[in-house]
Structures are given as C-alpha cells and as structure tokens.
Design a protein around this ligand. Structure first.
Ligand code: G3P
Length: 195
C-alpha cells in the first residue's frame, strides 16, 4: 500500500503541473484559459500565436507523465509505470494548483505511452498526423489516436496496458465533449486558428 500511494502521488503531483498555463503566464501572454477553447493544453497555447510556447507545452506536458512512469517503473516494476502514468494523466485533468480544473490529457497520454510502451507513440503519432493532415482538427486527431491505442494493445494482447489506456481513452472522449459537439456542428476551430 505505501508503495502504491507513493506511485500514485508522484504521478498525480507531476501531472498536476499546468505547463501551458505557467509558460503562457511567464511569456506575458496572460491567462491561456481566457483565450480560444479555454483549455490549458498545447493546442490552445498555439492560439496565442506563439508556436515555440505551444511546442514547449506539448513537450513538458508529455514529459511529466514520462518521468512519473519511468521513475515508478524503475523503483516498483512495470505495472507501477502504468499506474503512475495514469495518475499523471488524472493530475493534468484535475490539477491541485488550478482548483482541479485542468486540461484534456492528450499530451500526458502520449508521455505516459513514451514511458511504458514507446512503440505505441508511433501508432499515436501516425494516427494523429494522418487525421490532422486531412482535417486540420487537433481534437479529432486526438480522438482517433487515443482510440487506436487500446485497440492495438488489445490486439497485441498486452492486457494491463490495454485496460488502463481504454479507461484513459474513455476519459479523453468525455473531456472532449465540447469539441465533439463543435465537430458535429461544424464549428470546431482548426489547428493554429484563433477562436
Ligand atoms: O489536446 C486538446 C485538443 O485535442 C483540443 O484542444 O483547445 O481545441 O479544445 P482545444
């Protein structure tokens, strides 16, 4: 139990660091939650017009989950990596520092995969880039990519990872409720577009 609590706490606290919010504030661009979709993730940081800041947000939001997963894996073994990565994902969605109102978890999802199943990042990237190339919708790309991951893991028979990523994908869809409604209505904004 103490080990499990340590793993989950480490993941949650790391995942809780809202890099998009912090970096945008530090760059003097105000509160990212008051622009575009109001989200704290890289897609919305890009709506400030600052590509480097958006890239840094994507990288750091991903790496916080990778670090949590890798450390937990090294100390407690393989499944601990999955749990710590999952906890980081939850931390990003419900960060203690922002009144538990956080992001949608896409970058953190990728970072967790990088820590526990690096080849799955390729599957994610391929799905994301294909959909983004065709549609220019970040949200739709993320939805398709996060759906692909548990499907591939189930096919490969990696049950623990498939189970946890299935839950993460379901949560990701739920967090994209407003995006899905906008996609259906045809009002979702495309990558790099403000609003
Ligand atoms: O990763 C989040 C992305 O899928 C959607 O972001 O700001 O358009 O709601 P946003």
């Amino acid at each position: 139990w103490p080990a499990l609590i340590a793993v989950l706490s480490l993941g949650y606290l790391l995942g809780s660091i809202p890099f998009g919010y912090v970096l945008t504030k530090m760059a003097g661009l105000g509160d990212v939650r008051s622009i575009g979709s109001g989200n704290i993730g890289a897609t919305n940081v890009l709506r400030t017009g600052n590509k480097k800041l958006a890239a840094a947000t994507l990288l750091l939001d991903a790496l916080k989950a990778t670090v949590a997963a890798v450390v937990a894996q090294l100390v407690f073994g393989e499944n601990a990596g999955l749990l710590a990565g999952f906890a980081a994902f939850i931390g990003h969605l419900f960060p203690i520092w922002l009144g538990f109102k956080g992001g949608k978890g896409v970058a953190t999802y990728i970072g967790m995969l990088l820590g526990v199943a690096p080849l799955m990042v390729l599957v994610f990237a391929l799905a994301w880039l294909s959909v983004a190339f065709i549609t220019r919708y970040s949200s739709l790309s993320a939805l398709v990519a996060t759906l692909a991951i548990p499907i591939v893991l189930w096919i490969l028979g990696v049950e623990e990872a498939a189970l946890i990523t299935s839950a993460m994908t379901a949560i990701t869809f739920w967090r994209h409720k407003a995006n899905i409604e906008r996609l259906i209505a045809g009002t979702e904004s495309k990558i790099g577009k403000k609003g």
